[in-house]
Design a binder for this molecule. Structure first.
Ligand code: FAD
Length: 413
């Protein structure tokens, strides 16, 4: 892809689907300009003139307010985007019982995707070294030629020394996960003041189900406005259509007789416990984002992990030109996640009771660190101690047996 030399002709006006255009070599090509791609671009921009010449290739022509990101934080530093709302209390409910937890020291905060995209684009626009190429799709796998990566796109072929690929793989390339988290949400404005914007419902478990762990998540931002979401952990991803009835029931239950209008809808599918990627490492090519280790395996929280990775990857690119992927979690946390996911996979009916027990018995700050992926060994032990012992022991045994069968079948002594 050539760099636009005529300022009157924006990149997006280019159309050349047949020729290979390798007029300029970029230091870095970022494939996908969503949360991970734009976070990396923003962190590179923060290095000023030291940042590598970077092209972000994004298939969307326009960004929309397609999601909200929520996370707990104790950071006193203001982020480069506005925060829509903060909650200092969260509620977890199961089988007629509920527990309210104080999270004032690490409030749960909500960010609108449109504000994040706008902040990212403003910071990219300030740096001549970085170009965001919207409306351009990577159409085939990048390949190596003469020490460079060549990336076929809908507007020609891009040449770059390094690649960070944040595209979510599709179909069978998506890989296997222990469980999938599927969710559908509806942001509504009600005619009556029915919400308490001081407290959010993190998990309000639906009746136990032999195939899924399902719960309702409610984020009230004013007394009349809230995002209501149904989330399901199960063996296969679910489409919005498969969640439509559960979401309608959750909204109806919450609003009662009040009239409401729908402001926005969102849907997502996240992997929980992706199988290990055994592909050999490629020279100056890394995968990143939610399908490449960016999501916390047992909860799906990804936004802060992606921010952390973006800072580290930008630092590495600026200091030695090499991109880095997501670091694996510390071993105790990985083991804990695998066991928890195995418990949920083997007996989804228990899911609500397990999470409720966790929130009811463990120190909230430890649970928050565990959910966010910041748990140390003591936090992980506290989480284990808060859960019923027997399903965890059974799951640990099942995992050990499965692992030894795999080792035997591979002929490992
Ligand atoms: C609705 C929703 C709500 C979420 N809420 C939270 C939350 O509250 N907290 C949290 O921690 N996490 C949340 N997540 C999980 C996670 O933070 C997001 O999925 C996040 O956007 C992942 O970032 P990403 O860059 O990996 O993927 P994306 O943001 O999806 O970015 C991938 C980009 O690649 C582009 N692309 C794809 N294929 C191509 C191609 N062939 N060529 C060029 N570009 C391509 C896409 O257009 C997209 O922009 C949520 C996810 C969703 C879907």
């Amino acid at each position: 892809m050539q760099r636009c030399t005529d300022p009157c002709r924006p990149f997006s006006a280019w159309k050349n689907h047949s020729k290979t255009l390798v007029a300029e070599t970029f230091d870095l090509a970022v494939l996908g300009g969503g949360c991970a791609g734009l976070s990396l671009a923003m962190d590179l921009a923060a290095h000023g003139a030291r940042c590598p010449r970077t092209l972000v290739v994004e298939s969307r022509a326009e960004y929309t307010n397609d999601r909200t990101w929520c996370y707990w934080t104790d950071s006193a530093t203001a982020p480069p985007y506005p925060i829509v709302h903060r909650w200092q209390t969260m509620r977890v409910a199961h089988a007629g019982h509920s527990v309210s937890l104080d999270c004032a020291s690490t409030p749960y905060q909500m960010l609108a995707a449109q504000d994040f995209y706008a902040a990212a684009r403003a910071s990219i626009d300030r740096r001549p070294e970085i170009t965001l190429q919207r409306g351009t799709t990577v159409v085939a796998e990048p390949f190596r030629s003469n020490g460079l990566w060549l990336i076929p796109t809908s507007h020609g072929t891009v040449a770059a020394r390094s690649v960070v690929d944040t595209r979510p793989p599709q179909g069978s390339r998506r890989g296997a996960a222990t469980l999938w988290q599927s969710f559908s949400g509806q942001e509504i404005e009600c005619s009556a003041a029915i919400f308490d914007p001081l407290s959010m419902d993190l998990m309000n478990f639906l009746a136990p189900d032999p195939r899924h762990v399902a719960f309702v998540y409610v984020l009230p931002v004013t007394p009349t406005r809230a995002l209501i979401e149904v989330t399901v952990f199960g063996a296969a991803p679910l489409t919005p259509r498969e969640l439509v009835d559960r979401l309608a029931a959750a909204v109806a239950e919450r609003v009662g007789d009040a009239a409401f209008t729908t402001l926005r809808r969102e849907h997502g599918v996240l992997p929980m416990g992706l199988s290990e990627n055994l592909k050999p490492a490629l020279e100056r090519f890394v995968r990143a984002g939610v399908m490449a280790g960016g999501a916390r395996p047992s909860t799906g929280f990804a936004f802060q992990r992606i921010q952390r990775w973006a800072r580290e990857c930008a630092q590495s690119l600026v200091s030695n030109g090499r991109p880095i992927g997501h670091k694996p979690d510390p071993l105790p946390l990985r083991v804990m996640d695998r066991i928890l996911l195995e418990v949920l996979r083997a007996d989804p009916k228990r899911g609500g009771a397990l999470f409720f027990s966790l929130f009811n018995r463990a120190e909230p700050s430890r649970v928050i660190r565990f959910l966010s992926g910041d748990a140390g060994v003591v936090d992980s032990l506290a989480v284990i101690a808060a859960m019923p012992v027997s399903p965890f022991v059974r799951a640990a045994l099942a995992l050990t047996l499965r692992q030894s069968r795999i080792s035997e079948s591979k002929g490992i002594a």
